[in-house]
Design a protein around this ligand. Structure first.
Ligand code: NAP
Length: 355
């Protein structure tokens, strides 16, 4: 072999060996170390649902029951008013929803509250996965005054979206059976967006505490999580032709309307995908050609979180909400002043015309 060809062949062989040796190291370096887990697929498993009476939760229970998956629902009022007419319509009361869900096969109820650790432990006991689809109800204008809406109040978003999530994690660890928590939150990494400011201002910092709750899940090495950040839920129909889109690693997609049914199916379907464990997914609807008709082909491609998420965004969320409140009070003060001055002028004109 000529010396030039021999040298080239040697360099090539060394390069191939180096690439083979380095490849697993580099790919490992990009992925967080995590416990390997058995997947809590929906096949022959029991699933706990928190927020089952909510608009999203009731759809999830319907879908689980239709797949013959036994479901344990946490409900705050149980037994319910026996005269409640069974319904899952948009405006149905919690009692009506429970009355409807109780007619489904394999659905049982546990009375409790996400702020009460012992009731969550009873709920999760014997389950393989939890769908944590609960959320704090908007507190309204009293949310602007911390004294009227203290953080230790059981209806405050801190207790429901953060302390409640901690209770779910603790219960899952204690159960010895529950391997996956699916939590629905929302886009929450931009404290200064107008939507974040409004939701935080009027919803006892719901966005902020949802993000802190997400962090509890990401920091928990023992239990797998799938965090779902959906678009705006509420419309029964989405614009014609739109298809489903899903991105992982908590990346952004343009905000769009999504239906409760779609997000419920994502929460249920993801249990069948071990690769969706330890992932933060954003779910929206997009133009045809840029998504899929069902979540399954999208879920196949999902990967565990690999980027470093901000440790906490609480201070920034609070700063943004306080700024928003100050602007709101400022605008209200200017408006009141204008109404006062203009009103006074009108009254004076009317009085002078009378003379
Ligand atoms: N709607 C959207 O566009 C949107 C977008 C992104 C994320 N999200 C999030 O998605 C989740 C579900 O939304 P949704 O529209 O279905 O909400 P929803 O209809 O208001 O339902 C909320 C559910 O949470 C339960 N809940 C509230 N406090 C609780 C507590 N202390 N203990 C146990 N359960 C409690 C409620 O139970 P009761 O019936 O007993 O009150 C109800 O079942 C929420 O976390 C929300 O923040 C919503």
């Amino acid at each position: 072999m000529p010396p030039k060809v021999a040298t080239l062949s040697l360099v090539l062989r060394v390069a191939i060996i180096l690439v083979a040796l380095l490849h697993p190291i580099t790919s490992l370096a990009n992925k967080p170390l995590r416990m390997m887990s058995s997947s809590p697929s929906t096949k022959s498993k029991k699933v706990a649902v928190i927020g089952a009476t909510g608009r999203l939760g009731r759809q999830a229970v319907l879908q689980l029951a239709s797949r013959n998956v036994p479901v344990k629902c946490l409900v705050r009022r149980y037994p319910i008013d026996p005269s409640a007419y069974p319904s899952i319509d948009k405006g149905a009361s919690s009692d009506q929803v429970v009355a409807y869900l109780s007619s489904l096969p394999g659905v049982e109820f546990v009375k409790g509250d996400v702020t009460d650790a012992s009731s969550i432990a009873s709920l999760v006991d014997g389950c393989d996965a939890v769908l944590a689809l609960h959320g704090a109800r908007a507190a309204g204008f009293k949310s602007l005054v911390p004294a009227l809406n203290p953080e230790d109040d059981p209806t405050h978003a801190k207790q429901i979206n953060y302390v409640g999530v901690r209770h779910v994690i603790d219960a899952a660890k204690k159960s010895g059976t529950c391997r996956r928590i699916v939590r629905v939150t929302g886009k929450g990494e931009n404290p200064w967006s107008v939507i974040s400011i409004l939701i935080n201002m009027l919803g006892s910092m719901a966005k902020a505490w949802n993000y802190e709750g997400e962090q509890l899940l990401r920091q928990c090495g023992d239990i797998d999580y799938t965090i779902v950040r959906p678009g705006v839920m509420g419309k029964d129909d989405i614009p014609k032709g739109k298809v489903l889109a899903l991105v992982d690693d908590g990346r952004d997609l343009p905000v769009s309307a999504v239906t409760y049914e779609q997000i419920a199916s994502l929460c249920v379907d993801c249990l069948d995908y071990p690769n969706a464990a330890r992932s933060t997914l954003t779910a929206m609807n997009v133009e045809p050609g840029r998504g899929e008709e069902t979540y399954r082909p999208l879920l196949e491609k999902v990967k565990a979180d690999s980027r470093t998420f901000p440790e906490s965004l609480l201070d920034e969320h609070k700063k943004a909400a306080r700024t928003g409140a100050a602007i709101l009070f400022g605008v209200a003060a200017v408006f009141t002043q204008i109404v006062w001055v203009v009103g006074k002028k009108i009254v004076l004109t009317i009085v002078s015309l009378g003379h």
